[in-house]
Design a protein around this ligand. Sequence first.
Ligand SMILES: C[S@@+](CC[C@H](N)C(=O)[O-])C[C@H]1O[C@@H](n2cnc3c(N)ncnc32)[C@H](O)[C@@H]1O
Length: 204
Amino acid sequence: MSEFTKSKVNLNIDSGIADMRAQYREKGIPTILDESLNLLLLTLKIKNPKKILEIGTATGMSGICMLLNSQAHLTTIEANEQSYLSAKANFESYGLSTRVSAYFADAGDAIRFLDGGYDFIFLDGAKARYYDYLPELKRLLAKGGVLFADNVLFRGLIECKKPPHRDMTIVRNMRAFIDDLTTDKNYTASVIDCGDGVLIAYAN
Ligand SMILES: C[S@@+](CC[C@H](N)C(=O)[O-])C[C@H]1O[C@@H](n2cnc3c(N)ncnc32)[C@H](O)[C@@H]1O
């Protein structure tokens, strides 16, 4: 993403959330980059979903932003107990608990038990697992629904000709994930050079 493009990102989010995001980031707790969050919220507003699934809640920052920018119900899954508990408290403090089903679970296990009909999926969990999740995510995403996957270029390594050996599993799996969605005739998909790389797919 160019510096010019980045300079045009103007995140329109609650100031309390902006402060919390900055504090979490200082502590090394992950949350989506500003430019990717901006694109996420833009996509969300265009789609205006009723039922969102998020893989990778962390402390609930992206979840709260999605809820404040839609009328949707959010199902969100997090494998780290401390993050899950922080997210629950954060949803509560924003008065959003009744609009959230938050699960402390491994996403790969949990998604197998969900019923379908999601019209928006935000995929932001373990990067090496995106491809494993894909058959279930396709089952869960309604026709006309949108899948928004973050970090698909993974620090540039996915495009790299010779990625470090230690990153080969994630590179191989992420390439398979991207190839699958960009060649599947049932989806209209695009990889976007925004933040750490975003893939947006529409279920035709
Ligand atoms: C990039 S962070 C999510 C950030 C969050 N969506 C946001 O923007 O505020 C990824 C999260 O996925 C969680 N995670 C990793 N592996 C997971 C798994 N197998 N199942 C569920 N969550 C997982 C991590 O604990 C981490 O909190």
